[in-house]
Design a protein around this ligand. Structure first.
Ligand code: NAD
Length: 428
């Protein structure tokens, strides 16, 4: 995919500046909110299985904690950059505020590729990351969680290291833990289901029924799989998904005109969300180029893979039939592409609203860990639905009343809440 010159942090700042103008924020508040409060950059030296040593680069960025402890994922990725981490920490601040949970925004990363690392080597990276940060993270300061290529197992290694350092139990230090080890039921489903709770509300407002709608999804990992599951349960049909192919080092789209079979595809999908294209072909799927997911004749697009995927170039390939875009991924749309979406009057559910189900359920996990009492899955998902629905309604209401693009409306709500907290604390 050809990309516009792209820096996710510049994009996050551009979006913020636009909203700061709408809200007429004063200069000190702008200065405070357009940059992270704190950043940590460090090396993680580990002993590899073959006896050699290798040094990995790690980050933690704490964007803002005026509304509560920082909350944010840690991503393992070979192309991780500090500006990606900065952008995602800022988006976390807005995400926690838009769903009105008492947390701030943070984000971490390690430049590494788990595809090429043994479980033991990954454990060493997790433990090394915590050793570097133990003094500045914690249940009341900054609470990490899993993301791209990190899992419940990684979180448990990190928790274990933290508890080892402090000599006590702190289940509230980290979320996304395995169920039975302080994790919450429903966390695995939470982000994908949350995307569809908001999509369901959008369709109600547009007066269209899910069973009449075709969708195309970019990605086939955690978020995409559960979004497809719930969307199908509502009666909708997904005709195309795309994913990264590790062997060919490129992405492909997988299409079936009458609808993909989620369970059958899951049987030929690896743990990184990569579909076996030869087996998919045998099952009757058309194998198309990576960008084909966005060109499909569908009503709904769900980007749920990576940032910077809907650009001016790819947005122009969208079918005139597209009515709704629900952003499962963080930062999938560039500001220039936003203009095209707005002009075409496509109903956008912006990333930090649509995919806030994960952090909302992480917050539920913290609450349960602190109480040491765990809810049934239905209770978790019921509470999640209530939170996501009321956040969606608040944003769509704001968009209607102030005639704002949905992304701007979500920003106006969340930036105003964070600015208010900074002002109430006497910071600005
Ligand atoms: P994942 O690692 O489980 O899956 C990622 C999927 O994207 C895989 O199927 C992979 O093959 C695919 N992919 C990677 N590069 C691609 C490309 N160039 N073209 C097409 N497909 C590609 O990750 P996930 O947890 O599902 O997260 C997906 C997105 O959602 C990320 O942007 C993440 O930051 C965001 N997100 C995740 C959560 C969560 O709880 N998991 C919460 C909020 C936001």
């Amino acid at each position: 995919m050809n990309k516009e010159a792209f820096n996710p942090f510049r994009m996050a700042q551009t979006q913020f500046d636009h909203v700061a103008d709408i809200l007429e924020l004063n200069e000190p508040t702008r200065d405070l909110l357009r940059n992270p409060m704190r950043e940590y950059h460090f090396n993680i030296p580990i002993r590899m299985d073959d006896g050699t040593s290798k040094v990995f680069r790690g980050f933690r960025v704490q964007h803002n904690d005026a509304r509560g402890p920082c909350k944010g994922v840690i991503r393992f990725h070979p192309q991780e950059t500090i500006d990606t981490v900065r952008a995602l920490s800022m988006w976390m601040t807005w995400k926690c505020a838009v769903v009105d949970i008492p947390l701030g925004g943070g984000k971490g990363g390690v430049i590494c590729d788990p595809h090429n690392l043994s479980a033991r080597e990954q454990e060493q990276i997790c433990r090394g990351w915590v050793r570097q940060l133990a003094r500045v993270v914690g249940p009341l300061a900054d609470v990490p969680a899993p993301d791209v290529m990190t899992s419940a197992q990684h979180m448990l290694w990190m928790l274990d290291e933290y508890e080892h350092i402090y000599g006590n139990k702190f289940p509230g230090f980290i979320t996304g833990k395995p169920v039975g080890m302080g994790g919450s039921l429903g966390r695995t489903e939470a982000t994908g289901f949350g995307v569809v709770y908001t999509l369901r509300e959008a369709l109600k407002q547009l007066n269209i029924k899910p069973e009449d709608m075709l969708a195309s999804v970019q990605g086939f990992g955690n978020v995409a799989q559960y979004a497809i599951r719930l969307y199908s349960q509502l009666g909708g049909t997904v005709i195309c998904v795309s994913c990264w192919d590790q062997n060919d080092q490129t992405s492909y789209s997988f299409k079936k005109k009458d609808g993909i079979d989620l369970d059958a595809l899951l049987k030929i999908t690896d743990r990184f969300g990569g579909i076996d294209k030869d087996k998919a072909k045998d099952m009757g799927y058309e194998i198309l180029p990576g960008d084909a997911w966005i060109e499909q004749e569908v009503d709904i697009l769900i980007p749920a893979a990576l940032e910077n995927q809907i650009t001016v170039e790819t947005a122009q390939k969208m079918s005139p039939r597209v009515k709704v875009i629900a952003e499962g991924a963080n930062g999938p749309t560039t500001p220039e592409a936003d203009k095209i979406i707005a002009e075409r009057n496509i109903f956008l559910i912006p990333d930090f609203l649509a995919n806030a189900g994960g952090v909302t359920c992480s917050y539920f996990e913290q609450v349960q860990s602190n109480m040491n009492y765990y809810w049934e899955k239905d209770e978790v998902l019921g509470k999640l639905d209530v939170k996501m629905t009321s956040a969606f309604l608040a944003v769509s209401d704001m968009a209607r009343k102030r005639k704002l693009y949905m992304r701007d409306a979500a920003y106006v709500i969340s930036v105003a809440r964070v600015a208010q907290a900074c002002s109430d604390r006497g910071w600005v």
